[in-house]
Ligand binder design. Structure first.
Ligand SMILES: [Cu+2]
Length: 350
């Protein structure tokens, strides 16, 4: 009647790894390693992408109307260690003062890497998260994107305005070239920071292997400042996310802040009493998270005072305050199973 009893297969699915996504007709489970290149090979090249490959002139550059804010960013492969060993060769959780035993913690990741103009030279290593896109209302963000990973990936932004071609999203048959940037190819995204776009946002891969690209590290912060903003003394960017076996090939899943897991490995943020401090927080993965900062409280735009804020998948928010409480503080996700699987860090105030 109405609801079918759970069959054995579904029961096992719920008890073990749930379905994460389907790529090229192949099911991907949360707890099982996958062959990402094989998955990607199962996705057909969309017709508009094939046409643009034959005739690059078909892809028209979008008009730039505002103050031009330009970036050169490549997606690259990198070896990434979620929990680097300390100088004594131990992987430690400083919050619980214990050694972490979760097997291997290094995997073949993807990261966004910033370059100087015209791909002159790298500005930094490829990192997880990727580089900050830092714009102001009135800017037009121009991102020259190059794909150096072995599967099609993209950049898709939140929070600002863009035309359909600049979406950076795979849409099956209707996919535009910017939604399916093949290995070795480039695409230029043009995104507009109109009035009302100010805020903390983020960007990520939304290509044909989505969300595996995101779970391999392809995401980063995007900030649109109000015009005439007086910049805070300290700005901290926090991504709550996870690394799962289908993307890492590792046996364990990890709950992370900015690519690392457990207090002492995740970022330690520092400020001084009297500083004007801004926190920017965004949630990347399949779970809801709550951002909690010990010893602090802040005012929401509607005037509510909070010290613990819920974020659903894809959400982002910021808060800003004058620091007045010295100490060694924890910031963390208050979902206990996430906290105890590494989603926490230090905030040190002198
Ligand atoms: Cu969480």
């Amino acid at each position: 009647m109405g609801i079918d009893p759970m069959d054995r297969r579904n029961f096992l699915g719920a008890a073990g790894g749930a379905l994460l996504c389907t790529i090229g007709g192949q099911k991907v489970f949360q707890d099982k390693p996958t062959n990402v290149q094989k998955l990607a090979a199962g996705v057909k090249v969309p017709p508009k992408v094939a046409a643009a490959n034959r005739n690059p002139g078909l892809t028209k550059a979008a008009a730039v109307t505002g103050n031009r804010k330009e970036y050169w960013i490549a997606a690259e492969q990198l070896r990434w260690n979620i929990i680097p060993a300390n100088k004594n060769g131990k992987k430690r959780d400083q919050m619980l003062n214990q050694t972490i035993r979760k097997g291997k913690t290094t995997f073949s990741a993807y990261g966004y890497r910033p370059y100087t103009a015209n791909w002159g030279q790298p500005l930094a290593q490829a990192t997880i998260p990727g580089p900050l896109i830092d714009a102001t209302v009135g800017d037009t963000v121009v991102v020259h994107f190059r794909n150096q990973v072995p599967v099609p990936v993209t950049m898709h932004p939140h929070g600002l305005f863009y035309s359909n071609e600049m979406d950076g999203a795979y849409k099956g048959y209707w996919t535009d070239p910017g939604g399916f940037v093949q290995p070795g190819r480039e695409f230029t995204y043009v995104w507009e920071c109109h009035e009302g776009t100010e805020g903390t946002w983020w960007y990520h891969d939304h290509g044909p292997i989505d969300p595996i690209g995101v779970y391999k590290g392809l995401f980063g912060p995007l900030l649109i400042r109000p015009k005439d903003e007086v910049k805070p003394d300290r700005e901290f960017f926090i991504a709550f996310h996870s690394f799962l076996p289908p993307a890492t090939g590792l046996t364990s899943g990890f709950d992370c802040v900015n690519g690392r897991s457990f207090t002492g490995n995740t970022p330690t943020f520092s400020a001084n009493v009297g500083d004007d401090v801004a926190f920017h927080v965004y949630a990347v993965d399949d779970n809801f998270h709550t951002f909690h900062l010990h010893g602090h409280r802040w005012e929401e735009p509607d005037g509510t005072i909070v010290d613990n804020k819920t974020l659903g998948p894809g959400d982002s928010f910021k808060f800003r305050f004058i620091e007045e409480n010295p100490g060694r503080w924890l910031y963390h996700c208050h979902v206990f199973s996430h906290l105890h699987n590494g989603m926490s860090g230090w905030y040190l105030v002198e």
